[in-house]
Write a protein that binds this ligand. Sequence first.
Ligand SMILES: [Fe+2]
Length: 404
Amino acid sequence: MSTHPTADDELVEYHTTSTGNRIAQGPLTSDTSQEALIPARAYISPEAYSAEQESIFAAGWVWAGYAHWVPDPGMVHPVTIAGRPVLIVRGDDGQIRVFHNSCRHRGMALTEEPVQVTRRIQCAYHCWSYNLDGSLAMTPYFTRERKGRTGPDDRDALSLLPVASAVWAGMVFVNLAAPVDDDATAQFAEFIAPLTERWSHIDFDRIHLAAEREFDIGANWKLVVENFLDFYHLPFIHPQVGPVTASLDVDDEVLAPHIIGGRYPHGAAGKAAKTDDALPDLGQVAAELRESQDIFCLFPNALLFLESDWFQVIAFDAAGPERTIEHMAVFVDRAAGGEDHAVNRKALTDVLFGVNEQDLPILYKMQAGRHSPASDQTSLVTHWDQVTAMFQQRVAQRVGYGRA
Ligand SMILES: [Fe+2]
């Protein structure tokens, strides 16, 4: 059954402000809520981190990497999901598959660095090798005979163990808890449907990487998400996005319990980057959507921004209780990938990276504050923090924090 809203079956109620912006009716009821949905210790403790890794990152669909990390057949890119090493592999057939990064003989990780192989992925220990579809290829001297190609009777039983995966909008998603079959494909389609429907006017097959950067941040992953969902700070921390009236002009948006965020009806961060010589749109974008910016957290670890002519992803690896590694990528239309658009592309990506850099000191200080016992007595503001509270409530329910 589909859980995303239709026009007359909204997931949440919305209030409208006098300036016409929509506020989601989230968990916060009075003006401020001083009862923490997530305790401060959950932002610093190794135990809470482990619990979240298991009950969130190992329990459903999560962003694992970018398709452009393995552009060609034979490319193998290792990543760690919920503490488990996995390999993202581009096959001879062009398909991306994901496998547990563990040789079926003695369990050694096959590679810890991105590699390009010609035909097979080989374990360095006893030289067992695997085809790009994960099937067992070679097992030298398996029977201790010096001659002949020998191997186990049941080769299929020793294929690399697959992980359920899906590719959408240039991103690779995995689900460590799902079976690897057609059900997983259908499950992912349902997971992503609210976004594919909302963004049906965008041709994600045409996206072209404009720039990518990694940010290694000394803050808990939940603060990264909460800051992303915090529209209140924009005029104070990112003054270049426009006058206060423009940066406060944002609607809360709840597409599904796992897809929450907002919308700038008239654009925000991208505005500063727009020039007279605009980049081509990412599809057939209706006139009323040309200035609109969508901002969605695809729970738990993909933060998405979409304007008519660019798509930005800040996806992250929750690397430790107080460490998050962001992989930020900005995509434009394929037609904007050439030299003639180089100046505009750089102007756009400079602005977007600059906005993200402005948030770094905020995240460090938010993390520092979580070590204070007073952090359990902070307040969320009903008028601004409903989507933040919805995110916290989802985490709290999964892990079993507090009153949730
Ligand atoms: Fe920010």
